[in-house]
Design a protein around this ligand. Structure first.
Ligand code: ATP
Length: 150
């Protein structure tokens, strides 16, 4: 099966650099499924859960907002934050979710509400990515472990 290099980069670090068979990303224009040899494209990334297909199965990555750059051999996501499913601290995300829910219940200013809603969505996407990744078999962790041991 043909593959494409996927790089997910945040201001802090390169979160992922690996080959995949398909990437599915939420963009400003809707959900986009990217296969190898996709035509060049630039788009905004909407916070959510990125799905990737690898030889053995699929895996999930939580991302916040940013940009997407597609070339036939390479897909680059430049996002504020990104966490591969296996690396997500579920307890931390659960606590962030509860904090945001409490703030929303307090009904502060519009700015507080918008901030709490964004934080709530970040936490929910992290919980979703962690759960889906675990169920799918954490293939990106296996790929990373394999490349480090060889
Ligand atoms: P928290 O309130 O728990 O810090 P947050 O949504 O405010 O959550 P961010 O500002 O989005 O956190 O992220 C700060 C850094 O922490 C980023 O590098 C992000 O990847 C990482 N991060 C945030 N939450 C988690 C998590 N649950 N598991 C792993 N890494 C996380």
């Amino acid at each position: 099966m043909s593959s494409v290099t996927l790089e997910i980069i945040t201001p802090e670090r390169v979160v992922l650099s690996t080959t995949v068979n398909m990437v599915s990303v939420r963009t400003g224009g809707g959900e986009l499924g990217i296969l190898p040899r996709h035509f060049p494209l630039a788009a905004t990334v909407t916070p959510g859960v990125v799905k990737v297909k690898v030889e053995e199965g699929e895996d999930f990555i939580a991302v916040s907002e940013g940009f997407l750059h597609v070339r036939p051999d390479r897909v680059v996501l430049l996002v504020d934050t990104a966490e591969v499913g296996w690396s997500i601290d579920v307890k931390r995300a659960e606590e962030a979710k509860q904090r945001a829910e409490r703030r929303l219940a307090e009904k502060g200013t519009d700015i507080d509400t918008a901030r709490a809603e964004t934080a709530l969505h970040r936490a929910l996407y992290r919980l979703q990515a962690a759960e889906h990744s675990e169920k799918a078999g954490e293939w990106l962790k296996k790929a990373k472990d394999k490349s480090q041991s060889s």
